[in-house]
Design a protein around this ligand. Sequence first.
Ligand SMILES: Nc1ncnc2c1ncn2[C@@H]1O[C@H](COP(=O)(O)OP(=O)(O)OP(=O)(O)O)[C@@H](O)[C@H]1O
Ligand SMILES: [Mg+2]
Length: 333
Amino acid sequence: MTPRPLLAVERVATHFPVKRGGWLRRRVETLKAVDGVSFAILPGETFGIVGESGSGKSTLARTILRVYRPTAGRIRFDGLDITELDETALGPVRRNMQMVFQDTKSSLNPRLRVEQILDEPLVTHGLPRGRRRVVELLEMVGLGDSHVERYPHQLSGGQRQRIGIARVLALNPRLIVADEPVSALDVSIQAQILNLLKSLQSRLGLTIVLIAHDIGVVGYFCQRVAVMYLGRMVEAGPGRHVTRSPSHPYTQALISAIPKAEPGVRRSRILLTGEIPSPINPPTGCPFHTRCPVKLGAICERERPPRYRTVDGGWAACHALNDRPVVAEAQEE
Ligand SMILES: Nc1ncnc2c1ncn2[C@@H]1O[C@H](COP(=O)(O)OP(=O)(O)OP(=O)(O)O)[C@@H](O)[C@H]1O
Ligand SMILES: [Mg+2]
């Protein structure tokens, strides 16, 4: 029997009303930032979400953590349906699901010293405090007690991200959602932070969702990877498969855009033409059909492709794979 998912996301959509037009012809339209996404994450798993800017990754992250209430669908955390919970009921759940942000300049209060930054969540959630706990948290992220008195501006970008991680660890969360945690850092520092997250994940049995626009980063870090395009997931599967021999033409295009792949990685040069369409008026059928190099014809324009099986529990939503078995969405139910 497969264990119960820690997080189950079922056909979730997050739409925003947006005002368009001048003052004479002002109208409200719907921007479909996330539009029918299903996936499940098992306890202890690392799950990567990758996609171009604007594909809906951060909106999905905020929806999972119930910063946003989804327009449709269900979110279950450790079996508990959190889709409609109000702030009071969400309180104890929030402690267990925490976010690591990209921009530590704005996510860490510049007027607080490291000690106060790490103390804050302990106070909020009524957890044991004290300098010993702060130093313990610093040690977990590879920093020492010499950092206790410093302000964020006295730290390097990498050190600030370590503090951001320590602040999240203070609450002993079960799920960490890291939204582009390394994309603001120098390449040499990126690997250090990813390795830190990786070692914390295995030491503490954390479940991590890692969001990145760089497929190389998620492929290195994650057991499973999902690819987003225009608010939808188009492919998901084992990290190695999705990043080395992807099945969906969009994933193939993402891989082929990496300047230098590792030796032995199968690559085909695919150049995408055209702009990414607007999530206000997304294409009908397959969202990728307007840019797809292997488009079949009318079916791609009209019918939303089902999920076709790839390897090891993976799938890709592409009509060109229609000789394969279909995988049901939200199978975890
Ligand atoms: N609060 C909001 N109100 C209206 N539109 C929004 C809001 N937040 C995001 N969007 C729109 O939703 C779409 C998805 O945005 P989102 O930030 O989730 O993408 P992303 O994949 O995280 O992009 P990036 O890689 O640039 O961080 C974009 O078109 C964005 O403009
Ligand atoms: Mg984002």
